[in-house]
Design a protein around this ligand. Structure first.
Ligand code: GTP
Ligand code: MG
Length: 319
């Protein structure tokens, strides 16, 4: 789940509707509004056209839109707790109107998460007897007290694993999104100068939410933004062509073929025999599956093969 997080009126819902191609509904704002966005995919379109697929199925990402708090009031902790299942945060900043103050909004949003985490760290510290956990939580407490989000702290692999047990929010990966005025957007000016520590690594994107909503397809900027999301989440895409359907699937980088098969169907994972793999670039060169086979571009792989971005895969399995 990817959650849009920002103060009231920062353009989250406008952007959410553009992204998910949805309309405003009478929604119960006490809960997050969850919808999927189809991921535009030129490789899939090329594949579908070349193999004459009647059906084309794009991969999807789930987005959540939560109602923002008024900046002066801040977020109640029940509201922030709605972020705990999020894998990626999109900090939405208001880049339009007289009262826009990007750096201050970003800092305030980050502070909301830092305060939430600090309270959590202190509560858990008072509850734990384990000395290692205590040391780890004390380190978290120290960083948070210094205003450093946990995302910017150096943790070892085992510490990271231990931290999974705690629903910290400032540890989550983030992308910054600025909803800008049409005028500024057209002139391509970047109003952003985030000088804070650690922020260099946080990707920044800007859009005009109202303009995005009016166009029926996603803009090239928005497509880049979705690509950055996949990148931040270390997700890759593989493709299948079955009967009349060409389909894209998302997968965490470093997933073995047998698990990729399981994503399609558990039977395919259980009865996995092998994967016939064709890299997209090889397919692009020849433009046909038959020709690719003929030129020995298709390679057989066993269950441990790590799927690569762009692989076109046929799974062979016993029923
Ligand atoms: N000028 C301009 N106005 C925008 C832009 N994006 C959104 N707006 C306007 O800003 C107002 C608030 O937008 P929303 O998308 O509802 O804001 P929100 O972040 O969902 O607000 P909450 O749900 O209250 O937290 C609406 O009137 C939008 O039309 C933009 O890029 N430029
Ligand atoms: Mg909204």
């Amino acid at each position: 789940m990817i959650t849009l997080f920002g103060f009231a009126g920062s353009g989250k819902t406008t952007f959410f509707q553009a992204l998910t191609k949805s309309k405003k509904e009478n929604y119960d704002f006490s809960k997050p509004d969850i919808k999927v966005a189809k991921l535009p995919d030129e490789r899939l379109e090329f594949l579908a056209e070349k193999v004459n697929s009647q059906k084309i199925t794009f991969s999807e990402l789930s987005f959540a839109d939560i109602k923002g708090a008024i900046k002066e009031e801040g977020f109640p902790s029940e509201k922030l707790a709605q972020l705990k299942d999020t894998t990626l945060l999109i900090y939405c900043l208001k880049g339009f109107g007289e009262d826009c103050n990007l750096s201050d909004d970003l800092e305030s949003l980050e502070l909301e998460l830092i305060c939430y985490d600090l309270e959590l760290a202190e509560k858990r510290l008072s509850q734990t007897e384990n000395s290692q956990t205590k040391i780890l939580l004390q380190r978290c407490q120290e960083s948070l007290t210094n205003g450093i989000p946990l995302r910017d702290c150096e943790f070892s692999k085992s510490e990271k694993e231990a931290l999974i047990d705690f629903p910290f929010l400032s540890i989550k990966k983030a992308i910054i999104l600025v909803d800008k005025e049409e005028e500024k957007f057209a002139s391509g000016k970047s109003p952003l100068l985030f000088k804070r520590k650690g922020k260099e690594k946080t990707p920044v994107f800007s859009f005009c939410g109202t303009m995005e909503k009016e166009i029926s397809t996603l803009s090239s900027q928005l497509i880049l933004f979705l690509k950055e999301i996949l990148n931040s989440l270390s997700l890759i895409t593989f493709y299948t062509v079955v009967k009349n359907e060409a389909r894209a699937w998302l997968l965490p980088e470093g997933t073995p073929a047998v698990k990729a098969a399981g994503k399609i169907h558990t039977d395919m994972e259980k009865g996995f025999i092998r994967a016939e793999v064709l890299g997209f670039e090889d397919f692009k060169k020849v433009g046909s599956l038959r020709e690719a086979k003929h030129q020995n571009l298709v390679h057989s792989e066993n269950k441990d093969y790590l799927v690569k971005d762009g692989d076109i895969i046929e799974f062979l399995f016993s029923k």
